[in-house]
Design a protein around this ligand. Structure first.
Ligand code: 2P0
Length: 330
């Protein structure tokens, strides 16, 4: 099955838009139980289910319209060279929605997160683009359908269609119609995520390649997948009972296990830098002193801290420059 088959199932036949412009906004998300391994590379179907929390205010706003001719992509007000990897990935995705080959898209995305934060902007980028296309074409899709379309752009984007805690069901069907994200009803107003930029550098091994190497060659890959299945249940329980110690411990250990599996691949996949480890050790020292703070890390060197509001002042003092996100604003 191809992406095009999935799009046809969801949208039917492609038509020209009803409106001049569509707009969408989506926040990026932090996975507490991570997606690291695919059962289908074409459709971005994950090997396991994952669980995230959306990072309010760290997102992308996308406007889209159509024109005759080639696509035009703008990021933060600047044109993106059509031959760049970024523009090509977007053009491939837009091909799925072109009613006629002569139709081009104008895509303008503003990332509302600190530039170079190394935060997964593909998650909020593709989710906001799908919301904007739904608005432009007037498809009137359900959240589930929007999540599936966003997943075709980037796996983690399936979760960015929603705010708050979000679970992405791995599903088992080959067309992936059962692999979509869903919001949890639980809120946790005191929960905080600290984004700590230890190095504003984005170059490195992309997640796509990192996952592929891990799945192909890491001796720990199957153990990693097993751990994810257990961690997901533990996290769902921790959220339901607002048990922060369990939420923190399982999230941190899930991130470390993902990095351990990646590190054992060949060629090796290492995202951490010296400065990342400095942050890790500071978190462990604070915990040793009785402060409940935990960390998570994704496919880059930056750290995300997990803590409750009462620790905010201490966190600001210990980690100058930390950006504190409230995933559940009033
Ligand atoms: C996650 N990451 O669950 C994991 C943890 C990074 C580390 O999802 O190939 O950009 O586009 O489906 O979504 C990043 O992977 O990969 C990611 P594709 P994606 O957040």
């Amino acid at each position: 099955l191809t992406k095009r088959d999935v799009v046809r199932k969801i949208i039917g036949s492609l038509r020209l838009p009803r409106r001049d412009e569509g707009e969408g906004y989506a926040n990026t998300n932090l996975a507490l139980c991570k997606y690291w391994g695919k059962r289908d590379e074409e459709l971005n179907l994950p090997a396991t289910s994952s669980l995230s929390v959306s990072l309010t205010g760290f997102g992308s706003r996308t406007r889209v319209s159509v024109r005759e001719g080639r696509d035009r992509v703008e990021l933060n007000g600047k044109p993106v060279p059509p031959a760049s990897a970024f523009a090509r990935r977007l053009q491939d995705f837009l091909d799925l929605f072109r009613p006629e080959p002569s139709v081009g898209f104008v895509v303008q995305t503003e990332n509302q997160m600190p530039t170079g934060a190394g935060l997964a902007s593909s998650a909020s980028g593709f989710a906001s683009l799908v919301l904007a296309l739904n608005d432009l074409f007037g498809w009137g899709l359900t959240g589930r359908e929007l999540s599936i379309l966003a997943r075709l752009g980037s796996g983690s984007a399936s979760r960015s269609v929603y705010d708050g805690f979000v679970i992405w069901h791995a599903g088992s069907s080959s067309d992936g119609m059962d692999s979509y994200a869903e919001p949890l009803s639980h809120r946790w107003p005191e929960l905080r995520v600290g984004v700590l930029i230890v190095r504003a550098e984005t170059k490195g091994i992309g997640s796509r390649e990192g996952m592929r190497r891990t799945a192909r060659s890491s001796p720990y890959y199957t153990s990693w997948l097993e751990k994810c299945r257990g961690d997901l249940d533990l996290l769902l329980g921790a959220i339901a009972s607002r048990d922060f110690a369990v939420l923190g411990r399982v999230s941190e250990s899930n991130a470390l296990a993902m990095h351990a599996a990646a590190l054992a691949a060949w060629p090796p996949v290492l995202y951490l830098r010296g400065a990342s480890l400095g942050g890790v050790q500071k978190v462990w020292r604070l915990r040793g002193e009785g402060h409940p703070v935990y960390f998570s890390m994704d496919a880059g060197p930056n750290l995300k801290l997990l803590f409750l509001d009462r620790l905010s002042e201490r966190i600001r003092a210990e980690f100058p420059g930390v950006r504190i996100v409230r995933p559940f604003p009033d």
